[in-house]
Write a new protein. Structure first.
Length: 240
């Protein structure tokens, strides 16, 4: 068997030194791009209102597009937070995009379950080699795509951070303070700085994959260039 061009990119994840904890999210991202139902920079239909202010959309049209791409990709990143009732901003545009990815994840989960059952019924391995506890501990618990999709909190925190960064003279600390206040992170996410750094690292991992996809001519080059600039924008903002 020979892999498809998409499969070749998937097989390069280890070669690209992609952190294994992001493999599942990246597979979902690859399937999303391959399905080509919605472009990464495309408006959903019917259009949903942006969480960005009208002043931001008018004054910073290019940067607003960067923010759109960043927030969409970060719907695949789960912020590390303590259990709490959420009281904060809601972004309908990001939630709609999350639904697209959740649908893909559910289908991948069903695919893996179907493959496992098919392997069992066709006798590809000795199903009696494990008892019920063994199946649960060694097989079922390691099946991918089982957990709920990440929430959109990290994506929205970046959205508010970058908007404040643009309007406040590129002042990172003020932007972080706004995020902490708006999202009440003092109790739920005390390590806010670390979460921004970790989510930025995730964006860099996605960038590696996007570069491979672009080299294989599997995605629109304009989308690749736009995403590259968007990640560079986040790097500048976070290191300021």
């Amino acid at each position: 068997l020979e892999p498809t061009r998409w499969g070749e990119v998937f097989l390069k994840l280890n070669e690209l030194n992609i952190d294994s904890k992001y493999h599942e999210s990246i597979i979902i991202f690859l399937v999303f791009l391959k399905c080509d139902v919605l472009k990464l920079d495309e408006e959903v239909q019917p259009p949903a209102p942006s969480a960005l202010s009208q002043a931001t959309l008018r004054s910073y049209p290019e940067e607003s597009l960067y923010v759109l791409l960043i927030t969409r990709v970060l719907t695949l990143f789960q912020v590390d937070q303590k259990p709490s009732n959420y009281h904060g901003p809601i972004d309908k545009k990001t939630l709609i995009f999350r639904d697209h990815l959740s649908f893909i994840k559910e289908n991948l989960n069903e695919l893996f379950e179907a493959v496992l059952i098919s392997s069992l019924t066709s006798g590809e391995f000795n199903r009696l080699s494990l008892d019920n506890f063994g199946w649960a501990r060694k097989i079922v618990r390691y099946l991918p795509f089982k957990l709920d999709s990440p929430n959109t909190i990290m994506a929205m925190m970046w959205e508010f951070f970058l908007q404040k960064y643009l309007h406040n003279g590129n002042a990172k600390n003020d932007a972080l303070s706004l995020v902490a206040t708006e999202f009440n992170t003092y109790k739920s996410t005390p390590n806010l700085d670390e979460q921004f750094v970790e989510s930025h690292r995730f964006l860099l991992e996605i960038s590696k994959v996007m570069q491979e996809l672009n080299a294989a001519k599997l995605i629109d080059e304009n989308v690749f260039k736009l995403f590259t600039k968007a990640v560079e924008f986040t790097t500048t903002a976070l290191s300021s």
